[in-house]
Design a binder for this molecule. Structure first.
Ligand code: NDP
Ligand code: KPL
Length: 322
C-alpha cells in the first residue's frame, strides 16, 4: 500500500458513496464505479450540499462503468474497495472480483442491514472485510447532486469481530484524516444492531406509506408509538443474538426523529428513495434477515413480520436491481 496516498475504489456511488468519496478524495486517489449517474458524474463530478460540510462542494473522481474497466486502467492493486451500493444479497462479490487482489485489498461495507458480510468472507477469504454502521442522511436528486443533512458518522470494525482490527484502525485513520467522523469497535455488530433499530423501522414504514419520517409521525395519533414498538421488537431480536440494548438507548434512537417533528426537518429514508425511484429495496438485508434471526430463536416479532410480508410484495413490483 502507498501508505500516505492509498488507491481506493468506490463501488456504487449514489448518495452515501458521494459523501465519502468527497471526503476520501482529499487523502487518496479515488475511482468511482457509477451506473445511472455515470454520464453526469463523468462530465461534471458530484456536487454536495451538506449541512455539515458546506454547500456547493465538488468532487471529480476517476469515473468508470465497471470494475473490469477500473482494473484495466492501472496494474497497481486497489488498497480499498468500498461498497456503497444497496445490499442485494448474492450479487456483488462476483461483480467486484476483478478489483479485489487476494491478500491485499481491504473490502469495506458502508451499508445498512444485518448479517450482510458473510458472502464477502466466503468469496474473499484472504482479504480483510470491514463493516460499518453508517450514519449519513443523504439523497441524490437530480443525478450527481447530493443533499446531506443531520449526521455523518461511521462505526467501523472487522468481520468477523474476532478478526484482528489492524485494518479497521488504518481505514478509520484514513477517514479521520479525510475529515470524516469514524471510530473503531472490537465488536461492531453491537453498533450494527443499534443502527438497525432505525432502519428496520423507519425504512420500510416510510417506504410502505410513501411518507417521510415526519409525515408518518403526523399521520395519526398512534404512528409515532408504532415506530417505537417496532424498535422494541428489534431490540428483543438483538438480545437473542447476544446484544443487550437498554430501553433508554432505544428511545434515544427513536427520539432522533421525534424531536424533528417540531422543526419539520424530515428525513426520507433510503428505502423510500428506492421505492420512489422504482428500484429494488434492501428488504432482505434490513427486514428479512432480522425476521429470520427472530424465527430461528423463537422471538415473537409480529409487527416486523407484517412489515416484511408487505415490503416483500412492494419490492416485487420494483425493477432495476444489480
Ligand atoms: N441514503 C441514506 O440516507 C443512507 C443510506 N445508508 C445505506 O448506505 C448504502 C447506500 O445507500 P445510498 O447511498 O442511499 O444508495 P443509492 O441508491 O443512492 O446509491 C447506490 C448506488 O449504487 C449504484 N449501483 C448499484 N449496482 C451497481 C452496479 N452493478 N454497477 C454500478 N453501480 C451500481 C446505483 O446505481 P443506479 O442508480 O444505476 O441504481 C447507485 O448509484 C445502503 O446500504 C443504504 O441502506 C446508510 C445511511 C443513510
Ligand atoms: C438516514 C437513515 C437513518 C434513515 O432511516 C438511514 O439509515 C437510511 O435512510 O437508510
Amino acid at each position: 500500500m502507498t501508505a500516505d496516498h492509498p488507491k481506493v475504489l468506490f463501488f456504487g456511488v449514489g448518495s452515501v458513496g458521494a459523501v465519502y468519496l468527497y471526503l476520501i478524495s482529499k487523502v487518496a486517489s479515488t475511482t468511482a464505479v457509477c451506473r445511472s449517474n455515470y454520464d453526469v458524474v463523468k462530465e461534471k463530478g458530484f456536487t454536495i450540499n451538506s449541512t455539515i460540510f458546506g454547500n456547493g462542494l465538488h468532487v471529480a473522481p476517476n469515473v468508470v462503468r465497471s470494475c473490469e474497466e477500473a482494473a484495466a486502467q492501472d496494474s497497481r492493486p486497489f488498497d480499498y474497495v468500498i461498497l456503497t451500493c444497496k445490499v442485494l444479497p448474492g450479487i456483488y462479490p462476483k461483480i467486484i472480483k476483478s478489483v479485489v487482489t487476494p491478500g491485499h485489498t481491504v473490502i469495506a461495507l458502508l451499508q445498512n442491514g444485518i448479517g450482510i458480510e458473510e458472502e464477502y468472507l466466503e468469496a474473499f477469504p484472504n482479504n480483510p472485510t470491514l463493516t460499518a454502521a453508517t450514519y449519513c442522511a443523504t439523497v441524490q436528486r437530480p443525478p450527481g447532486v447530493i443533499a446531506h443533512q443531520e449526521v455523518e458518522r461511521l462505526e467501523i470494525g472487522s468481520y468477523p469481530s474476532s478478526a484482528p482490527n489492524t485494518h479497521a484502525q488504518a481505514f478509520t485513520s484514513l477517514l479521520q484524516q479525510a475529515g470524516a467522523t469514524a471510530t473503531v469497535f472490537d465488536d461492531v455488530q453491537a453498533k450494527r444492531w443499534y443502527k438497525l433499530l432505525l432502519n428496520a423501522s423507519w425504512n420500510p414504514i416510510c417506504a410502505l406509506t410513501q411518507s417521510s419520517d415526519v409525515q408518518f409521525m403526523q399521520s395519526s395519533e398512534d404512528a409515532t408509538n408504532f415506530v417505537l414498538d417496532v424498535m422494541l421488537e428489534t431490540r428483543e431480536i438483538a438480545l437473542s443474538q447476544g446484544y443487550d440494548i437498554a430501553r433508554a438507548e432505544v428511545e434515544a434512537q427513536w427520539e432522533r426523529a421525534t424531536r424533528r417533528v417540531a422543526t419539520g426537518k424530515a428525513v426520507e429514508p433510503s428505502m423510500l428513495q428506492d421505492v420512489k425511484a422504482g428500484r429494488k429495496t434492501e428488504v432482505e438485508a434490513i427486514v428479512g434477515n432480522t425476521v429470520r434471526m427472530a424465527r430461528a430463536k423463537g422471538v415473537p416479532c409480529g409487527k416486523l413480520e407484517t412489515i416484511y410480508l408487505l415490503m416483500k410484495s412492494l419490492d416485487r413490483r420494483m425493477g432495476g436491481g444489480a
